[in-house]
Design a protein. Structure first.
Length: 311
């Protein structure tokens, strides 16, 4: 039998896009052995009903449905665990990751044997603010993290069975897949494609969600913020020591004075701000440790549907 390609797509309120996605995948992968795994991440629209209908119409389609919304990272993990393919392609269900490009990933993998084939998009059509924030994020995280990320490279990629098994062997719960793809290594190839708009509906990502995701990436792959806290503490000590010396010199020159209220308040605010920022950074790391030691499952699957027969 020819190589099996598993296409994994998380879906949160993507009912309007799934039938079109299935049609595009069927067209793009005609002549290849493939399966489509839809992970319904606690959708509140008709995503479950539409996906279930696709499983009844095509034995190549499998539906995993969570008991509630757990997030994209757990959905990706569930899809990777369920994938039986010799290679796995991750793509979004809103068609911003075109299935035709996914076919190019499969062909590039067959041609080169690379364990990771990455689809890198340009940012044509993105807003100025979003593009600027994205570039700032990549510069920031590459300065701090132990892995290197490339702007435009995301989840849209092909992973060999060896790469998938390596990802699944990582036991952490607070996952930042962009960093994990880089961390596991393996030979890589890259193709570029034009930025594609959503087919229907609105994205579930908010600026707050994107910020939280970026923060997870920094904390998950760098201890430098903790070192920054240490340096801030040392700088604060130096400022405090210098201030004490200045007070002693002033006392020796002018004697005891009543003034200095604003200076004292300024020093208190300065040191207090350093302490609050430091506690916040340390708290973020402790929160991750707290989540890890609870060792709760990353998700709960309420339904696992796949037809044994069909077209």
């Amino acid at each position: 039998m020819s190589k099996l390609f598993s296409l994994v797509t998380p879906a949160h309120n993507e009912g309007a896009n799934l039938e079109l996605l299935h049609a595009e995948v069927s067209k793009a992968f005609e002549g290849l052995n493939w399966e489509l795994i839809i992970v319904n991440d606690g959708s509140t629209d008709d995503t479950f009903a539409v996906a279930k209908g696709l499983t009844q119409a095509n034995r190549r389609v499998r539906l995993l449905s969570f008991s509630r919304n757990f997030g994209k990272e757990p959905a990706l993990l569930a899809g990777l665990k369920a994938a039986a393919g010799d290679a796995v392609i991750i793509l979004d269900s809103d068609l911003q990751h075109p299935p035709a490009v996914a076919r190019q990933l499969a062909e590039k993998h067959e041609e080169t044997g690379a364990d990771q084939v990455i689809a890198r998009r340009n940012r044509k059509g993105d807003g100025i603010i979003r593009t600027g924030l994205s570039r700032l994020f990549y510069r920031f995280i590459n300065h701090l993290a132990t892995v290197r990320l490339t702007d435009g490279e995301g989840d849209f990629r092909l992973l060999s069975r060896a790469a998938v098994d390596s990802l699944l062997a990582l036991p952490e719960h607070n996952r930042f897949s962009k960093g994990l793809y880089s961390w596991i290594g393996y030979p890589r190839e890259t193709i570029t494609y034009e930025n594609a708009p959503r087919a229907h509906g609105k994205t579930s990502w908010s600026m707050h969600g994107l910020f939280s995701y970026a923060l997870s990436g920094v904390i998950g792959f760098s201890a430098k913020p903790l070192r920054v806290v240490t340096w801030l503490g040392m700088v604060g000590i130096l400022f405090a020591f210098a201030y004490v010396i200045w007070l002693i010199v002033r006392w020796a020159m002018y004697g005891v004075e009543v003034d200095g209220y604003l200076t004292t308040i300024g020093v208190i605010v300065f040191i207090g701000s350093i302490l609050m920022v430091s506690l916040g950074v340390i708290g973020e790391y402790i929160a991750r440790i707290f989540e890890e030691v609870k060792n709760r499952p990353d998700y709960i699957i309420a339904h696992d549907i796949q037809q044994e027969t069909g077209d």
